[in-house]
Design a protein around this ligand. Structure first.
Ligand code: ATP
Length: 138
């Protein structure tokens, strides 16, 4: 079974219970979870691939606006499965094409979109290491 990162963004931390139930219903296990407050530096590092994008600053403002919940989740094809549960990045698109998705239900716009999922096995490995380093710290 594969593992990936599910990151609940500040706007959906209050929906954590509903999201965890959806994971269970889809045979996805939560192996690790932690709530953290992103510093601007860590948020910028996590999203470094988007540094030059016009929405970068508002993304960092949003991601540091409150705590996030990082989860290591596990299941068959879980990277793909979790991104399907999330729906498209844009809330408007999610509402029109995937009305039962997490972003359709809990997102608000293109930036405040409830949760994140790694987009490949490589990014899953990098992002899991980011939140749950193998040289463990708390
Ligand atoms: P995530 O990486 O959070 O799962 P994603 O892979 O669907 O989202 P990315 O293209 O990696 O989307 O963008 C990272 C995040 O940046 C998005 O989730 C969203 O919060 C924000 N974002 C992406 N595109 C836009 C945009 N056009 N306008 C505003 N914010 C955006």
């Amino acid at each position: 079974k594969e593992k990936t990162l599910a990151l609940i963004k500040p706007d959906a931390v209050s929906k954590l219970g509903t999201i965890v139930i959806a994971l269970r219903e889809n045979d996805i296990q939560v192996c690790k979870a932690k709530m953290v407050q992103f510093s601007r530096k860590d948020a910028a590092l996590f999203y470094e691939e988007h540094q030059s994008k016009p929405f970068f600053n508002s993304l960092i403002d949003f991601m540091t606006s409150g705590p996030v919940v990082a989860m290591e989740i596990m299941g068959t094809n879980v990277t793909k499965k979790w991104r399907e549960l999330l729906g498209p990045t844009s809330t408007a698109e999610a509402r029109s094409t995937a009305p039962n998705s997490i972003r359709a239900m809990f997102g608000s716009d293109d930036t405040r979109n409830a949760a994140h999922g790694s987009d490949s096995a490589d990014s899953a490995a990098r992002e899991l290491e980011f939140f749950f380093p193998s040289r463990a710290r708390c």
